[in-house]
Design a protein around this ligand. Structure first.
Ligand code: 13P
Length: 262
């Protein structure tokens, strides 16, 4: 069984002072969600790294995961502006995103750099959400799977233990922050192809246990339909993760459609 994962990517939003209240409110709201948090479904919050120690203190013993939005390529050293995966671990993080489209397209991060970040994160015991997705012109040119497979290919050669620490997030660039989500059919088609690619390149076991998140204009109104697709195992949520009421409704609506244990 793949436990649904709901990941909040706050991007460069929110003051540090807003963190504690968000966690308190979200925890209270999730009491009404179907299933048990941390067992039947998981929640991950990825703020700016500046917020992580406050977030760790706010989360306390609650079964809420937190992580970074990106991570450095080495444990320590002369890498100005980067955040060490060892320090993320020290702050209590279990997760980091890598390869987000904003990193790839605004900051020109290449697959080689995404691989280097992934390796450094895994070496420190962090779990990695590897983000992949095509641009609008690539979709129009029918190159979606070609692009996604090239981004996934950094995983070739990883061992079973490393692969068990990877979650893939499919985020079509044209759906991020635009209000226009991929249709459930479009998302399912790509998620299914990702799982097929995994089976071929990395083996059936890795393919079956891989969680594939969808990201791109997820909101309470489309959560149920998207999570109802067989290969959609959760969400990576930007805008709709900033308000605890809205984010909890994404989670609740998604879970009501996909009953725990399915
Ligand atoms: P939105 O949910 O705001 O479209 O952002 C998606 C995203 O980029 C999450 O990583």
């Amino acid at each position: 069984m793949r436990v649904p994962l709901f990941a909040a990517n706050w991007k460069m939003n929110k003051a540090v002072a807003e963190t504690a209240e968000f966690v308190t409110q979200l925890s209270e709201l999730l009491v009404a969600a179907p299933g048990t948090l941390g067992t039947d479904y998981e929640v991950l919050i990825c703020p700016q790294s500046t917020h992580l120690s406050t977030l760790a203190a706010s989360v306390g013993n609650r079964p809420i995961e937190f992580g970074a939005q990106n991570c450095g390529t080495a444990k320590s050293g002369a890498f100005t502006g980067e955040v060490s995966p060892a320090v993320l671990k020290e702050l209590g993080c279990n997760w980091t995103l890598v390869g987000h489209s904003e990193r790839r397209h605004i900051y020109q991060e290449t697959d080689a750099l995404v691989l280097s970040r992934t390796r450094a994160a895994l070496a420190e015991g962090l779990r990695v959400v590897l983000c992949v997705g095509e641009k609008l012109e690539e979709r129009r040119a029918d190159q979606t799977m070609q692009v996604v497979q090239a981004q996934l290919s950094i995983l070739k050669g990883m061992n079973a233990s490393e692969l068990s620490h990877i979650v893939v997030a499919y985020e079509p660039v044209w759906a991020i922050g635009t209000g226009e989500n991929a249709s459930p059919e479009q998302a399912q088609a790509v998620h299914h192809s990702i799982r097929k690619w995994y089976a071929t390149e990395l083996g059936d076991k890795a393919a079956n246990s891989l969680r594939i998140l969808y990201g791109g204009s997820v909101k309470p109104e489309n959560a149920a339909q998207l999570l109802g697709e067989a290969d959609v195992d959760g969400f990576l949520v930007g805008g709709a993760s900033l308000d605890p009421v809205v984010f909890s409704n994404v989670i609740k609506n998604g879970l009501e459609f996909r009953a725990p244990g399915v």
